[in-house]
Design a protein around this ligand. Structure first.
Ligand SMILES: [Fe+2]
Ligand SMILES: [Fe+2]
Length: 315
């Protein structure tokens, strides 16, 4: 049975990162890279172009620096440890242990308490980032289900405080495990050298343990906050399929931006791609928007949350 949230959220704090600042720094560094790449790519394939950012000075975002040492160290660890074996085990273990039963807004507040914005002058807190994403969608007149998706999309980061091994199994771009790594399409792709799956007789082949055209529903994407929240929302919310695509694939840049793994796609994935591309700018560009006030916005979003989620969720 799930447990109730302890009276002190600090019961979830990690001893190796008591204020969550290391986590915040890596999380921001990962996003910075993707913002810079989005600016560079100037995508024209989003089926429903975002309007809220049209006037924004996109060049104002920090530029992606390829020699960023902390990002590099982070990706070395992620690319080494995300194996098929690890991924099977992570999925087996995730709902095995009791963690917490709480509503969406409580979860947002808990995440906010546990992660101190490492750069308080420029970066939004976790709750502000979620609200910025949702508010940008609201400004553009996006449907309620999409606004709620923006609101919750990073709540899977609670995984960091629910027994993850480190940051490498929570944040960062994701990729498919169990088949060849499409190296030219993955960030820091030279850092897979120590991953044992690269020497596996099946996992190292193009299709690996999959069949061509099997569909992304049937592949194992590297474990992290996307997949964790996707599993929760699939079981415990009434969010539509498009929302689940946005949640599950939002860090899957090798696929949705670089167009790797097209040989694993099926017909449904064409729509999934449109969904995640429609979501992506709201996640990345809304970071420079003015900081929203959680107290003022809470009543509106509590109303939306109630339409798609039960009062309490098992985390
Ligand atoms: Fe995310
Ligand atoms: Fe995000």
């Amino acid at each position: 049975m799930p447990i109730a949230v302890p009276t002190s959220p600090q019961a979830f704090a990690r001893s190796d990162d008591p204020k969550g600042t290391k986590f915040d720094k890596i999380s921001d560094a990962v996003d910075d890279i993707n913002v810079a790449k989005l600016l560079a790519s100037n995508p024209d394939n989003a089926y429903d172009e975002s309007a809220f950012d049209a006037e924004k000075d996109k060049a104002g975002f920090r530029q992606f620096v390829d020699e960023n040492e902390s990002s590099r160290r982070f990706y070395i660890e992620q690319h080494t440890k995300q194996t098929v074996e690890f991924n099977i085990e992570a999925r087996r273990k995730v709902f095995e242990n009791a963690r917490a039963t709480m509503g969406v807004w409580e979860a947002m507040e808990l995440l906010n308490t546990l992660v101190d914005a490492s750069d308080p002058d420029t970066s939004a807190t976790q709750i502000q980032h979620l609200l910025q994403t949702a508010e940008a969608m609201r400004k553009d007149g996006k449907p309620e289900w999409m606004q709620v998706t923006g609101l919750v999309h990073d709540l899977g980061k609670l995984l960091y405080f629910f027994g993850s091994d480190g940051q490498w199994d929570v944040v960062g771009d994701t990729f498919v495990v169990g088949c060849e790594i499409p190296k030219e399409k993955i960030v820091y792709s030279d850092t897979f050298g120590e991953n044992p799956d690269l020497n596996h007789p099946v996992y190292s082949t193009k299709y690996g343990m999959y069949k061509p055209g099997c569909g992304l529903d049937n592949v194992m994407i590297s474990w992290g906050h996307d997949e964790y929240l996707y599993l929760i929302c699939k079981e415990q919310s009434s969010l539509p399929k498009a929302a689940l695509h946005m949640i599950r694939y939002h860090s899957f840049y090798p696929w949705h931006r670089e167009r790797a793994y097209t040989y694993l796609e099926n017909e449904d994935d064409k729509q999934a791609l449109k969904d995640v591309l429609a979501f992506n700018p709201y996640d990345l560009y809304s970071k420079s928007d003015s900081l929203p006030d959680p107290v003022a916005l809470r009543p509106y979003y509590e109303g939306l949350i109630a339409k798609f989620f039960p009062e309490k969720i098992n985390w």
